[in-house]
Design a protein around this ligand. Sequence first.
Ligand code: FES
Ligand SMILES: [Fe+2]
Length: 446
Amino acid sequence: MNVENPKGLKPGEARTPGQSTREVIERDPIQPPAAVYDTSYKFIGDADISYDRYIDRDFYDQEMEKMWAKVWQWACREEHIPNSGDQYVYEVGTYSILICRTEASEVKAYFNSCLHRGTQLRPTDFEGTGENFRCPYHGWTWSLDGELIDQPCDWDFPHAKPEDFSLPEVQVGLWGGFVFINMDPDCQPLEEYLEVLPDHFSQFFPLERRYIEVHLRRTLPCNWKAAAEAFIEAYHVRETHRDGMWDSNAATNAEYDLYGDHVNRFIHTRGYPTPTWPEPETDQDIADAMAARIAEAEKLRLELGEKYNFDMSSYSECEMLDSIEYFCFPNMFLFPGLSLPMIYRFRPNGDDVDSCWFDLMFLRPLNEDEEHPEPPECVHLDVDQVYATVPNMDQMLATIYEQDTSNMEAQQKGFKASKKRGQTLANFQEVRVRQLHKTLDKYLEG
Ligand code: FES
Ligand SMILES: [Fe+2]
């Protein structure tokens, strides 16, 4: 049951009794990069978040027009298009973007729609190589640089001069081995949009020097925001993951940080259990828990070092073990750690308000002399296909993700069934949910 907040604390100031994440990490014998200690929480309100935001058609359409068309979002990894002529289709909601590597080895992106009568130049999920973009309908053809180079029966199109029919471009940015796109020609530069990410990630093992070990995309039975929010807080661990994570993960004392409008973070320690509660830990409890954490990190350095042929001996306990999770609005999750090296992305699925696509990748480190191998094919899972069937999938995590997924359909249905018309968030542990909505509002308000 709830204990009463100690008197005199303002909203957002209360914390679970026991060791904080920072206190645990400060005791680690190998200290992590300074970025780990860049704590930055603030209280940003406690009003309910309306359920209409997850179920209303008009709200969904507004998101498409005013948010998705205006934000930077990662479309693929650079290793998906390493060579001139490589092409990749990225879709979000009803938008379809065609990305390519030009002859000059530049990355360019276009709206994936023929300027004759609208046909998609490349189908959904296309990954391939070609010298140009030839429309399958009547054969209008564009170069990789977007110039119209073939217009069959051009005598019939005196009103459609090739110089006026270049493919409209989409903005492209590169960071951390990811290709980002932005459909807004007046958008802010990607580096600015990413706020603390370039600085923080320059202190961890670089994302661009990692390769894709696993890539899956599962359709999930809820609005894209509800799916993202299932991964944005550790508060649910004590209930949803009681079987699997509770005894080895510190959940209710996780740290939550907000930076700017787009980026936030949580860190929850592993190998160190949630502090005993309501009894405070004794010095002996803390010493025992730390010894277990340090031993667990050392075990992982050896096991993962051998498995991935990579020397992990100098990496801190925090980077080896902890769930360090950055979020970049609207839908990117990045984990810089070495045993939990995940990337998540949640995208609206066509014009279906009630479902979304979840992309999951594991990025493993490359040694200095190693090249990026060819990325594995993305495994597509339907709503009722399980994570455990994906090749190379970590089976412990597959179980955890299944537990998360099981909440989603129930929540999406509950949004519609509820008499109370919004969700009530924790001030500290669910602050990242609130920030997502606040930033979304900024885009919707223009
Ligand atoms: S629709 Fe593309 S060439 Fe006709
Ligand atoms: Fe979870």
